[in-house]
Every structure is written in C-alpha cells, then in structure tokens.
Design a protein around this ligand. Structure first.
Ligand SMILES: [Mg+2]
Length: 261
C-alpha cells in the first residue's frame, strides 16, 4: 500500500462520511429499509405522543400542498384530532410516507419523521453506525499528533452525531472537533470550503479533505484545500484522469504525517 504523505502545514482533517468513513450502502441498505419496515409499528407505538402528533401534522400539511399541486399522493382523509379510526389513520400515513420515499422526495415533513425514527433506532441499539476498520485507529493517531478532525456531510449534523455516537465501535463523538452539514453550503461549491476554514479558524491550505466524490474534491481544491479521493468497495469508479490527478486513498492507514512525532 502506497504511503500518502500529508503536507507539514496541514493541521486539520475534514472528512466526508458516505463512501469515506462509512460504506456508501449504509444509508441505502440499512437506514431507508429500516423506515419502511418499522413505520407502522413506530406510528402505533408513538401515536399519542406530542412529537409524533407534530410529525403527522406536518405530513398532513405536506399532503395537502401536494394535492393542490396535483401530485398524485395518498392523502390523509382521517383527522387525527378527532379520534376516529386510528388504524386507518396510521395506514394513511404509512401510504403517504412510502409514496414520498419511493418518489425520493426530500420534504421537511418526511425528513423530520425519519430523523425521529432513526434516533429511536440508534438509541435502542437497533441500528449501529457503520465505520470502516481503518478509520478509528487513524483518527486517534492524527489526534495524538495534534491534528484536529471535523466532519462535513450532506446528512444533517444530528444524523452525523447519531451515526458516530452509536457506532459499531461505540461512541466516537470524542474523535471530532466539530461537524458541518449543508447548512454551511453545498459540498460541490468552493465557497462552502472557504466558510468551513473560516469557521475552524485556519487557512484552506491547512485542511486536508477526504471524500469519495470528485466534484466535491474539485470544489475543495479550488478553495485551496488539500484533497484525497477515497476509493472504497462500492464507490463510484474514477476515470483515468481523476486517478492520476488526485491522491487516491484506499485506507486511512496510508495517510502519514511527515516530520511529526
Ligand atoms: Mg461521500
């Protein structure tokens, strides 16, 4: 395995999650199927709780909007506030959520409910965040050598904290100095990386960004960051040109800090 030497001026690692620290299939094969399989049970168990009521209310509002815009979505005909047929009402919510997921919609209402379901799944140990074996030892080594480590992922900061807080290797949140999500900007925009450097309080040149997506690598590079493109099983194939342009990282253990104890 080729050693990749990190420039001496680098003091910060910025890490992507999916395809970098974690299998790219985690969200698709674990998180989303979990929702589909447990939706009805979750709603039945939490139906009377305020948080769940709010989630259902938001979904209902969304369905009303979709209907106005002539999207053929399943509607919530049952008014939850009047205690009519609970089972029927739950089935309607299930139909609506499954429809939204099949259509790959990113509505706040959908995300809110999914977030609450995943939180319950993580905290009760039914889901554990996956992390590649080489990740934790490498981060510990970097930290011992005085580097800082941040996460930048399109998953929300709350979702990031659940993944690492309830991971296959236990609570890993101590490994990170902070988290960024797309509220700071899109991952394919250079400006986002400038803002992150500013927020961390360093220059872009002091950051090493690791990601599996070359469009993100390009944006970070344009902002002045050092980048490494991570190749993991199941990640998108790189072109010849990308392979020769970027430092290719197969495992974090390849990354060595030069001139440091
Ligand atoms: Mg990624």
């Amino acid at each position: 395995m080729v050693t990749i030497t990190i420039p001496e001026n680098v003091g910060v690692f910025l890490l992507d999650i999916e395809g970098t620290t974690t299998p790219i299939t985690f969200v698709k094969d674990i998180l989303f199927p979990y929702i589909k399989e447990h939706l009805e049970d979750y709603l039945s168990a939490h139906w009377e709780e305020d948080e769940c009521k709010q989630d259902v209310h938001l979904l209902k509002k969304q369905a009303e909007e979709d209907l106005k815009e002539n999207r053929a979505c399943p509607v919530h005909a049952v008014d939850q506030t009047v205690h009519t047929d609970e089972e029927k009402a739950i089935r309607e919510v299930v139909d609506n959520v499954l429809w939204q997921m099949a259509a790959d919609r990113k509505t706040t209402a959908l995300k809110r409910l999914q977030g609450h379901m995943w939180r319950a799944a993580y905290t009760t140990g039914r889901i554990k965040g996956e992390v590649y074996q080489d990740v934790v030892p490498a981060i510990r080594r970097w930290r011992q050598q005085g580097l800082k480590v941040y996460i930048y992922s399109s998953g929300s900061i709350e979702a990031q904290k659940l993944l690492f807080g309830y991971s296959v290797e236990g609570d890993l949140l101590d490994l990170f100095d902070g988290h960024f999500d797309t509220t700071i900007g899109a991952k394919v925009e250079s400006k986002s990386y400038e803002k992150i450097a500013e927020r961390i309080g360093c220059s872009p040149q002091e950051i090493m960004f690791l990601t599996d997506v070359t469009r993100e690598a390009k944006a970070a590079e344009d902002a002045g960051l050092n980048v490494g493109v991570v190749v993991r099983p199941g990640n998108m194939e790189l072109t010849e040109e990308e392979r020769s342009h970027y430092s290719i990282v197969m495992t974090f253990s390849q990354l060595e800090l030069c001139g440091r104890p």
